[in-house]
Design a protein around this ligand. Structure first.
Ligand SMILES: Nc1nc2c(c(=O)[nH]1)N[C@H]1C(S)=C(S)[C@@H](COP(=O)(O)OP(=O)(O)OC[C@H]3O[C@@H](n4cnc5c(=O)[nH]c(N)nc54)[C@H](O)[C@@H]3O)O[C@H]1N2
Ligand SMILES: Nc1nc2c(c(=O)[nH]1)N[C@H]1C(S)=C(S)[C@@H](COP(=O)(O)OP(=O)(O)OC[C@H]3O[C@@H](n4cnc5c(=O)[nH]c(N)nc54)[C@H](O)[C@@H]3O)O[C@H]1N2
Ligand code: SF4
Ligand SMILES: [Mo]
Length: 683
């Protein structure tokens, strides 16, 4: 019996990017464990990924190419050979491309965050083809562009130094569920006497463990940040020296004036909290050193998410919190990798050869699949190639997404591990390898280590890496540029510029970027003049932008649908990944709607009963849990279930909409009014 250990990295869309050791016995992965030597993740994996062998050898893995034989969505597929599948797919794509290659749309996101199995050969393929480009906005572009308009990039504090903070605001983040290794450092700070405050409409398991929980209404973070600024100004808690030297001097007076219009009483009314909560939070933030903010994506999935993220990001610039390495803010660390990543080398946009192709926003795929050709839109979408994503479950307003994917005249190819809701609506499903079966390299959006993932086992069944599938498809399309012959190791080697060295990465498994401990202690923001931006050329001076759908901003709609619904992730799933892993689904049980007792009363909603959650866009079924985790007026629909494994073939995105955020063209999933009634009520 031969047992070896292989060095890997977690590929999932999670800020932690854990270092993993895979134990392989006679060619079979039997155990995955965290690597205790990796400083930011120190040997702990989350429950989801510690079940990786269960997912990898799942009896429902797609093991060979499949071609649809029944009507779309019937679930009837037949096994075909790779040769047959790829030849037919290439022929179909060629026919469409002969009319207009922009009618072909790639659809991919972060099923794997790997640079090789993400956008390398795949991007080259679509660039060479002249297909539509995809605007990858579904998760973080509101906050990301907001940060770029404030600090000049997605840069922030080091994860580890949160352990030394005296005050941590955990803002729009359920860290215990979605950023476990940050939570470890926050716990260390707590043990050393730091105060932890959670700002979240939902009383999460993270909120339970903080000293204080401020349960504001969804989409009101911008107002809260303005209120904090008001208090910082009137109480003289600003760091005038830091502002004078490192803040955009032209923009600050206008913001100062705006903030003075937000006294605690006004903030309290808009946010649905008390004026004392605003004052107390401002006092803590204004008078504690060092003070850190862990901002996360939850607060930017609303209409004003971009402006709100800008306002929060300015707080540590006004108090000079950046002077200390344990002060400042972390939203995403991905910008630190910008200078070492060779994205153009991997993705080769030059293969577009000067063709101006349109861009499709992945967040409006529901509407866009239902559009006809027009001068404004360009050609009707005739083909979709989906990889690393499950849009039928995760994209907003799924009634339209499903109708779009179900179109008889749409040709859809899905590269997947499993028959997801999206794969069910495909013409071809191609089996892809998992992280244990392929080579990859990773950056992170929660720490500053570059990571390597070595393949631990041979591909399961007939599965192939995404790269190999696109290589073989390129050959059949007649794309003979040498870049289509690059193998995965060549791609991994090409992924980074110095000082990241692939051979050293292979030896050690990871490489820490040289980022200063307190990067903005002396300014040096990655902006044109090194100062943080208040008045952005693109977006002006930030302001509170109310939700599309809320009691205060849309009173007529709120009379019909009075409850605000947020749909944060369930702890044991990762977006829609892992929903089909039985042991994890057993922990989650069923799709749940948390509702406050005051809202359940009068609606005939009883604890544990099935309910319909609905609005004009659609309805979904789930089980009601009367719970103090929900605040009055807000219900929490935990996501993101596979529709077919949820109740009545539906999930939370039945009711979300496709209107975009103020900055970053992102979905506003948590800006959504609904009504709730018992499932057996007659509509
Ligand atoms: N277990 C698990 N981990 C995950 C994921 C997962 O699905 N499951 N998803 C991964 C992905 S894709 C991402 S992008 C990251 C980050 O993922 P996020 O989606 O940021 O996940 P959370 O940390 O749960 O943060 C969301 C929190 O924001 C709160 N929230 C909702 N609306 C508002 C609001 O208007 N204001 C404020 N202040 N809070 C609000 C929600 O109640 C929730 O607790 O996590 C990753 N990690
Ligand atoms: N209502 C609501 N909707 C949401 C959210 C929410 O909070 N509420 N969260 C949003 C967020 S933050 C995000 S990031 C998106 C996430 O949306 P997606 O990026 O689509 O994430 P997943 O649902 O995890 O689907 C990823 C798929 O990729 C597949 N995959 C993994 N690795 C590979 C590989 O190597 N090759 C191939 N071919 N496939 C692979 C997995 O099997 C999985 O089915 O969802 C968004 N949708
Ligand atoms: S999902 Fe996140 S916490 Fe879990 S193993 Fe992967 S990187 Fe680590
Ligand atoms: Mo995400």
């Amino acid at each position: 019996m031969e047992t070896i250990t292989v060095r890997a990295a977690c590929p999932h869309d999670c800020p932690d990017t854990c270092a993993i050791r895979v134990t392989v016995q006679d060619g079979r992965a039997i155990k995955v464990q965290g690597d205790p030597d990796h400083p930011p993740t120190h040997g702990a994996l989350c429950t989801k990924v510690s079940r990786y062998p269960e997912r990898t050898y799942h009896p429902e893995r797609v093991l060979h190419p499949l071609r649809r034989v029944g009507p779309k969505g019937s679930g009837r597929f037949e096994r075909v050979s790779w040769e047959e599948a790829l030849t037919d797919i290439a022929a179909r794509l060629r026919t469409i491309a002969a009319r207009d290659p922009q009618a072909i749309v790639p659809y991919s996101y972060a099923g794997t965050m790997g640079l090789v199995q993400g956008e390398s050969i795949a991007a080259r393929f679509f660039h060479r083809l002249g297909a539509s480009l995809l605007d990858r906005t579904i998760c973080s572009s509101a906050g990301g562009e907001a940060l770029a308009s404030t600090y000049g990039g997605k840069v922030g504090m080091h994860l580890e130094f949160f352990a030394e903070s005296r005050l941590i605001l955990i803002w729009g983040s359920n860290s215990i569920a979605s950023n476990l290794h940050f939570w470890t450092f926050a716990q260390a700070a707590k043990r050393a006497g730091a105060k932890l405050i959670c700002i979240d409409p939902r009383r999460t398991e993270t909120a339970d463990k903080c000293h204080q929980h401020i349960a504001l209404l969804p989409g009101t973070d911008g107002a809260l940040a303005l209120g904090l600024m008001h208090e910082l100004i009137v109480n003289d808690w600003l760091d005038d020296d830091y502002i004078a030297r490192h803040v955009d001097v032209a923009g600050w007076p206008a913001l100062r004036e705006r903030a003075l219009e937000w006294p605690p009483e006004r903030v309290a009314e808009v946010c649905g909290i008390t004026a004392d909560e605003v004052r107390g939070l401002a006092r803590d933030y204004g008078t504690t050193r060092p003070a850190a903010i862990r901002l996360n994506y939850g607060m930017q999935r609303v209409r004003g998410g971009g402006n709100a993220a800008r306002l929060v990001a300015l707080l540590p610039c006004l108090t000079g919190a950046w002077r200390h390495r344990a002060g400042g803010l972390l939203f995403s660390s991905s910008g630190w990798f910008r200078s070492v990543r060779n994205d153009a080398g991997l993705q080769r946009p030059d293969l577009l050869a000067g063709r101006a192709v349109r861009t499709i926003n992945m967040s409006t795929i529901g509407d866009d699949l239902l559009r006809e050709s027009s001068a404004d839109f360009g050609p009707k979408i005739e083909a979709l190639v989906v990889y690393n994503s499950n849009p039928v479950a995760v994209a907003p307003e799924s009634p339209k997404v499903v109708r779009g994917f179900a179109r008889d005249d749409l040709f859809t190819v899905v590269l997947e591990h499993f028959m997801t809701d999206t794969a069910d609506l495909a013409d071809y499903v191609l089996p892809a390898t998992t992280q244990l079966e392929h080579l990859d390299v990773h950056t992170s959006y929660g720490h500053t280590w570059v990571m390597l993932n070595e393949p631990a086992i041979a591909p399961v069944g007939e599965s192939k890496p995404n790269t190999q599938i696109f290589r073989e498809l390129a050959a059949r399309m007649g794309f003979d540029e040498p870049c289509f012959a690059d193998d995965d190791e060549a791609l991994a080697r090409a992924a980074f510029h110095a000082p990241v060295d692939f051979d050293a990465l292979r030896e050690h498994g990871w490489f820490k970027l040289p980022v200063a401990d307190a990067p903005f202690a002396e300014g040096h923001f990655p902006t044109a003049d090194g100062r943080c931006i208040v008045d952005s050329k693109l977006h002006g001076v930030p302001d509170h932008v109310p939700n599309y759908e809320a009691v205060l901003s849309a009173p007529a709609l709120a009379r019909r649908f009075p409850l605000a619904m947020i749909s944060p992730p369930a702890r044991n799933f990762l977006n829609s990944s892992f929903v089909n892993v039985t042991s994890l689904r057993d922990i989650e049980g069923e799709p749940l709607l948390e509702i406050h007792a005051a809202d359940a009363q009068g609606r005939g909603v009883v604890d544990g009963a099935m309910v319909q959650v609905f609005n004009d866009r659609g309805r979904y079924l789930c089980r009601a849990r009367i719970s103090p985790r929900a605040r009055p007026g807000v219900v929490n629909g935990l996501g993101v279930w596979w529709r077919k494994l949820g109740a009545g073939g539906s999930n939370v995105n039945e009711v979300t909409h496709q209107q975009l955020t103020d900055i970053g063209r992102a979905p506003s999933f948590y800006d959504c009014l609904v009504e709730v009634r018992p499932a057996d009520a007659v509509s």
